[in-house]
Design a protein around this ligand. Structure first.
Ligand code: DGJ
Length: 467
């Protein structure tokens, strides 16, 4: 009995100790994994810093300050006669997005400040090198930059940045009563810069077509989101763009080539990639020289991704469906420390909506959705991507881990007056939102786009060759 008691006591002790040991083991394991996680990120950053010349150990901390924004708008005045008010009742509350889109509202005027506050190299002063998201941005001739839905190519040969985008410098109109606001195709503009702030107009490098109505680039059609990459094997600059008809039913991509980054580009053809409809799109050139196309498909309900041929002039037969059923568009893809990231928008026409960040270990997926990358400002700004829509993410040479998020603040009342919202984007820190559609937090770091009313890249960020 005693023995049995002893035995049962001792086995009870063993059992307790066993569970305590296993709990301890679990905690040690969690601690170890956290240490590996922090160590690998800190260490990877160290490694990149060490590779840089000491002059490039610049401080990017200021960019990551979460700046607050306060604005108050009085409710719009009801200008109807007392009789009309009595008959129809009080005016329905309009959302801030309706106000933002309404040319006559004070909200619209606030987010599209006039030329008095324009920035640009001709009136540098204290504002030299400062980005003012949403303010008019002038080129080196003093004209508003026309490069919407654009993207940036860094050209090693000329050590210059080239910004390509839609030239929308024509009248805005509606082709039909209920169709989206549009402008005729003028073409793709190109601007060059050494410092990402002073931009010189290199002209329209791919022109719209005035007379031939059957041509993809006929002015009555749609040309959006042009992107250019350089092919090292063929020594050619390759442009891909969204090509459509006025009703967005052609849903194709177009390809153009040039021997020079400043064009002129020769238009080759349009196609439906992998025989699917394709609207918002982008292309991405990986470190190994392989290039990919990513496009919104199946009426924007999902994205498709696939490698281009070696000459970058066509798609291959390989394609993966990603973010299926999520209804995302405006993809902007980038890479950091071997992980692929993408920012997308929702599908609400020219109206702004909430951005999402996605990440993947392999560019072909699976892609995970990590939540809203917008930080600072206020709730309204964060839920509208600072009243803009993603178009491209620019890696900053000399500042590993720091990128510029490029977005368009569309003005459908006057599309040529759409603005650019450029903000610092960094990768690092712990994720603060669980993964969408799966349990748990991502093990890769957070993507953050920081709101700043006024900001600049840190002094000394430029590498030798871009100076
Ligand atoms: C949203 C797209 O992202 C833009 O490029 C443009 O196609 C508009 N829709 C048109 O409404």
């Amino acid at each position: 009995m005693t023995i049995r008691n002893k035995h049962s006591k001792s086995s009870a002790f063993h059992c307790n100790a066993g569970s305590r040991y296993s709990a301890l083991a679990v905690w040690i394991l969690i601690g170890f994994l956290l240490m590996v996680y922090f160590y690998s990120h800190v260490h990877q950053n160290d490694k990149e810093d060490i590779l840089l010349p000491s002059s490039h150990l610049v401080n990017t901390r200021e960019l990551e300050e979460a700046e607050e924004a306060r604005f108050y708008f009085a409710p719009p005045k009801d200008r109807r006669s007392p009789r009309a008010v009595k008959r129809k009742g009080p005016r329905k509350q309009t959302s801030i997005i309706h106000e933002f889109l309404d040319e006559s509202s004070q909200v619209h005027a606030y987010f599209f400040p006039n030329r008095k506050t324009a920035i640009g190299p001709l009136k540098e002063g204290n504002d030299s090198m400062y980005f003012y998201p949403g303010q008019l941005w002038l080129d080196t001739d003093g004209n508003p930059i026309q490069a919407h839905g654009g993207g940036i190519l860094y050209d090693d040969k000329t050590a210059t940045y080239y910004w390509y985008g839609e030239n929308k410098n024509g009248p805005t109109y509606h082709a039909y009563k209920k169709s989206a606001a549009r402008v005729d195709i003028i073409g793709v503009s190109c601007y060059s810069s050494k410092d990402l702030w002073r931009w010189t107009n290199e002209g329209v490098v791919l022109r719209g077509e005035e007379t031939n109505i059957t041509h993809d680039l006929h002015k009555s059609n749609v040309l959006e989101r042009p992107k250019v990459i350089y092919n090292d094997k063929t020594d050619q600059y390759i442009m891909w763009m969204h090509i459509d008809d006025v009703n967005y039913t052609k849903a194709s991509v177009g390809v153009a080539i040039s021997d020079s980054p400043t064009g002129p580009f020769t238009y080759l053809y349009s196609m439906r990639p992998h025989y699917w409809d394709s609207r918002d799109m982008t292309i991405f050139k990986d470190d190994d020289g392989k290039a990919y196309i990513i496009y919104s498909c199946r009426d924007n309900s999902e994205l498709h991704i696939g490698p281009l041929t070696d000459d970058y002039l066509n798609v291959t037969r390989v394609m993966k469906r990603i973010l299926v059923g999520r209804h995302r568009e405006a993809p902007a893809l980038f890479k950091h420390q071997g992980i692929y990231y993408m920012i997308t928008s929702g599908c609400t026409g020219w109206a702004p909506n909430r951005a999402q960040a996605h990440a993947a270990e392999s560019i072909m997926g699976p892609w995970e959705t990590m939540g809203n990358p917008c930080v600072g400002g206020n709730m309204v700004l964060r839920l509208t991507t600072f009243f803009s829509q993603s178009t491209f993410v620019v890696p900053i040479r000399g500042l590993p881990g720091t990128f510029i998020f490029m977005a368009d603040r569309w003005n459908p009342a006057e599309l040529k007056d759409s603005r650019y919202v450029w903000l610092p984007l960094t990768i690092g820190g712990l994720a603060d939102e669980p993964l969408e559609y799966s349990f748990g937090f991502p093990y890769w770091p957070r993507v953050s786009i920081y709101w700043h009313k006024r900001w600049r890249l840190p002094e000394g960020w430029r590498t030798e060759e871009t100076r």
